[in-house]
Ligand binder design. Structure first.
Ligand code: ZN
Length: 361
C-alpha cells in the first residue's frame, strides 16, 4: 500500500464526486469519534478495591508499562493498602493492546451479522486468538449493568437449546488454556458427563423475559433432558427479579402457574399456545409473540457459528441482545455498561468453573 501523506490525501479527496466525499467524511467522523473516547477514563470511574471493595484511594506513583507509551497511574487503597490500576477487574485489566479495544467493541456490535474471529482479526490487525479472548472478555462484562427495564407487561417463557460441546468432547482449548488439562488416557468425570449429555440430547434451558419495548434478557435455568422445568427451578431463577405490581404473561404451564400463585402482587395472565396457532385469543395483548419472533431471529443469527458450545451460550445470548440494543444506544453508553462492570475480569477467568457448576445443577 502506498504511504499516505496529507498532501496526496487532499489531492485524492479533491477529485472525488460529492457523494463520495460525503462517504469519506462519514468514515472520518466515525473513526475520530471512536478515537476520542478514553476507555481508561471510563474504567476509572467508581473504582473499587479488588481486594476489599473499598472506594477510597490515594494516588501511588506511576509505572511504565512495556506496551504503553505514557506512564500508568497507580492507586493505593486507603483501607487495605494494596495497590492497583484504574482498570482493576474490568475488561481492560491485563489488556496489552488497549487502544484497539473500543474499535473492537464497535465492530462486535455495529454489524447486523455477527463477525467471526478471522474477519475481526484481519480488520484490527490482531491475532485470531486475541480476537477470541477479547470476544469473551467483552461478553463477560455487561452482566450486572443495564438490566432489562421491566414495564408493566413482561412476556416470560423458557427457551431450549441443544446441549453442545464443539470439537472433541471436554478437550477444548479453553480447558487447557485455563489449566484444566485432562490426561489423554483418563476420561475425567466432566468429559464423561458431557459425552452422556450430548448422546442423550440434553437441552440447555434459559428463562427469557421480554418487555413490550423490544428489549429482552436471558437467565440460565438448568440443563436437563426430559420434562418441564420444576417450580423450584423457576423460583431459584426468578426470585431476584422485581415483579411487584407487574403483569406477567406466560403460557399455561403448570409449574409457572403454581409459582406465580405464590407471588401475591403479580398479575399473571396466561394463554393457550394452541389458541395462538389457531389465531383465536380472548385478549389480543395476552401472547408471547415478541419472544417467539426474537427466538426465530436468534436461531437465524446463530447459524453463522454452526453450533455454539453450551459453555459460551450465555455470552452469545448477551451478544445478540446488545447488538440489537446497539440500534438504540450510543457506543459510549455501551462502553460504560461494559467498563463499569467491576466483576467482568473475574467472571471471564471463571467461565469454565461457572459452566461446570451449571452442568451439575
Ligand atoms: Zn482495599
Amino acid at each position: 500500500m502506498e504511504t499516505i501523506t496529507t498532501e496526496n490525501l487532499i489531492n485524492k479527496f479533491s477529485i472525488l464526486k460529492s457523494y463520495q466525499q460525503k462517504k469519506v467524511v462519514e468514515y472520518l467522523n466515525n473513526f475520530s469519534a471512536l478515537n476520542l473516547i478514553d476507555a481508561d477514563l471510563i474504567a476509572g470511574q467508581n473504582m473499587i478495591c479488588r481486594k476489599c471493595g473499598s472506594s477510597n484511594f490515594v494516588k501511588n506513583g506511576t509505572h511504565q508499562m512495556k506496551y504503553n507509551l505514557e506512564k500508568t497511574q497507580r492507586f493505593q487503597c486507603k483501607t487495605c493498602k494494596c495497590t492497583q490500576y484504574c482498570d482493576a477487574n474490568t475488561v481492560l485489566y491485563n489488556l496489552k493492546i488497549k487502544d484497539k479495544w473500543i474499535d473492537f467493541v464497535y465492530i462486535m456490535l455495529a454489524n447486523k451479522e455477527p463477525m467471526d474471529n478471522k474477519s475481526i482479526s484481519e480488520i484490527l490487525e490482531i491475532s485470531e486468538r486475541t480476537a477470541f479472548r477479547w470476544r469473551h472478555k467483552f461478553l463477560s462484562s455487561l452482566n450486572k449493568i443495564n438490566p432489562l427495564s421491566t414495564q408493566e407487561e413482561i412476556e416470560v417463557d423458557e427457551v431450549y437449546f441443544r446441549f453442545n460441546v464443539k470439537g472433541r468432547i471436554g478437550k477444548e482449548k479453553f480447558d487447557e488454556y485455563y489449566g484444566y488439562q485432562h490426561p489423554d488416557n483418563i476420561e475425567s468425570e466432566l468429559r464423561k458427563k458431557e459425552r452422556f449429555m450430548k448422546e442423550e440430547k440434553y437441552q440447555t434451558i434459559f428463562l427469557c423475559r421480554h418487555n413490550r419495548t423490544d428489549d429482552f434478557e436471558f437467565s440460565p435455568i438448568k440443563i436437563q433432558n426430559k420434562g418441564i422445568v420444576a417450580e423450584s427451578d423457576l423460583q431459584r431463577v426468578m426470585k431476584d427479579f422485581d415483579l411487584t405490581e407487574k403483569t406477567i404473561i406466560t403460557d399455561k404451564e403448570p409449574s409457572m402457574i403454581s409459582y406465580m400463585k405464590t407471588l401475591e402482587t403479580v398479575n399473571h395472565l396466561t394463554f393457550r399456545s394452541s389458541d395462538i396457532k389457531k389465531g383465536i385469543l380472548d385478549d389480543k395483548n395476552v401472547h408471547n409473540n415478541n419472544i417467539n419472533s426474537m427466538m426465530a431471529s436468534i436461531r437465524q443469527w446463530f447459524k453463522k457459528f454452526r453450533g455454539v458450545s453450551t459453555k459460551y451460550l450465555e455470552n452469545y445470548l448477551k451478544w445478540f441482545r446488545y447488538s440489537n440494543l446497539f440500534k438504540l444506544l450510543k457506543l459510549r453508553e455501551m462502553l460504560e455498561y461494559s467498563l463499569l462492570d467491576k466483576e467482568s475480569y473475574p467472571r471471564f477467568k471463571n467461565l469454565f468453573k461457572i459452566y461446570k457448576e451449571f452442568i451439575y445443577i
